[in-house]
Ligand binder design. Structure first.
Ligand SMILES: [Ca+2]
Ligand SMILES: [Ca+2]
Ligand SMILES: [Ca+2]
Length: 346
């Protein structure tokens, strides 16, 4: 009887893992400029392996802080939840312009969606809510990555529009929120309205709570069989800041788990390995290089900044002796793109 129970459990585990490969992941805990073009307009490529952060509105920061016009890497502002936020992408809407919206695009690398099991996960937090709550959208392009190609709306977070009456921190009913910036049939998500993922801010007035990074998920089933780009569009009229963290796409990897479909040579050997591995790669151009290892749930378990490397064939030894036995995805992030390969720890 025990054996009969054991076998189906094994099968269920194997089945689940095939749909939980990490197709895309960034926790922004290390400098994203290794794989992200910051301040550069996405060029309209298909199958582009770079991320892009681009400031369409070009409105200057209205605060004295001199913050960047596009999504920027930061440890400040966003998350009062310091346990989970070692680095996020933040974006500023404080422009003192009551008419024009900021229009800041954070565009992911291309991701190939094999079947209808794929899901997008991320976290977001406003710097302040309900007053000065920033809104944003999650968009998808199924073609190329220029900003005008993001025709699908997956998710909308509403923004602060006005204070109607009263001045109480938890009284969301005292505020109005613009749900979508444009006409959209989707019910808006309002950060903090359900009373969760906020913290009292003792340094601020009573109309402002701090946002805490909140996990969010949407299905990508409609994109089965397509290669897509995902975009976080910060499209808010003059308020404050929003942060995004832990952008993750889970699904079935093309041609089985985490196949090496890379833009340049990337090998790890021996594989399987128990102690030391050699990471070998052929850089098309000089680049900063970050080597990371993720488990099958997409959790980062190891990250090593290998620093600036010359072009050509390079190799580095990395210890994996502390990892538990199992299947992992090894990832190399470079200015030429992000490459992945599957490794097994004995
Ligand atoms: Ca901007
Ligand atoms: Ca982070
Ligand atoms: Ca606003």
């Amino acid at each position: 009887m025990k054996k009969l129970l054991f076998v189906p459990a094994m099968l269920a585990t194997l089945g689940a893992s095939a749909q939980n490969d990490t197709l895309l992941f960034s926790d922004f805990n290390t400098d994203p400029s290794v794989y992200m073009q910051i301040g550069i307009s996405p060029p309209g490529n298909s199958n582009d392996q770079s991320w892009y952060s681009y400031d369409v509105d070009q409105l200057p920061d209205g605060s004295p802080s001199g913050r960047p016009g596009e999504w920027f890497w930061t440890q400040a502002y966003a998350p009062s939840d310091t346990l989970t936020a070692q680095g996020v992408m933040g974006s500023n809407s404080w422009t003192n312009d009551g008419v024009n919206r900021v229009e800041n695009y954070l565009v992911t690398a291309a991701v190939q969606i094999v079947d209808n099991q794929a899901t997008l996960h991320w976290k977001s937090a406003p710097y302040q809510t309900p007053r000065y709550l920033d809104g944003y959208k999650v968009l998808v392009s199924t073609t190329i990555n220029d900003v005008s190609s993001f025709s699908d709306t997956l998710f909308v977070a509403g923004e602060y529009a006005s204070l109607d009456n009263g001045n109480l921190p938890n009284s969301y009913g005292s505020y109005t929120f613009d749900p979508a910036a444009t006409v959209n049939p989707m019910a808006p998500f309002i950060h903090g309205m359900d009373g969760t993922y906020t913290e009292f801010d003792p340094t601020s007035d009573s109309s402002r709570l701090l946002g805490v990074l909140r996990p969010l998920t949407v299905s990508l089933a409609q994109y089965a069989g397509q290669t897509i780009y995902i975009c976080f569009l910060h499209n808010d009229i003059d308020d404050n800041l929003i942060s995004v963290d832990d952008v993750l796409v889970l699904g079935t990897a093309p041609n089985g788990i985490a196949e090496n479909n890379n833009v340049f040579e990337f090998d790890v050997y021996p594989n399987p390995a128990s102690d030391m591995i050699t990471v070998k790669y052929d850089l098309p151009s000089a680049s900063d290089v970050v080597f990371s290892i993720y488990d099958v749930t997409g959790k980062l378990v190891r990250s090593e900044n290998l620093g600036q490397q010359a072009s050509g064939m390079q190799s580095q030894k990395v210890s994996i002796s502390e990892l538990a036995a199992g299947v992992y995805q090894a990832r190399l992030q470079t200015s030429a793109g992000t490459v992945n390969t599957r490794i097994v720890k004995n």
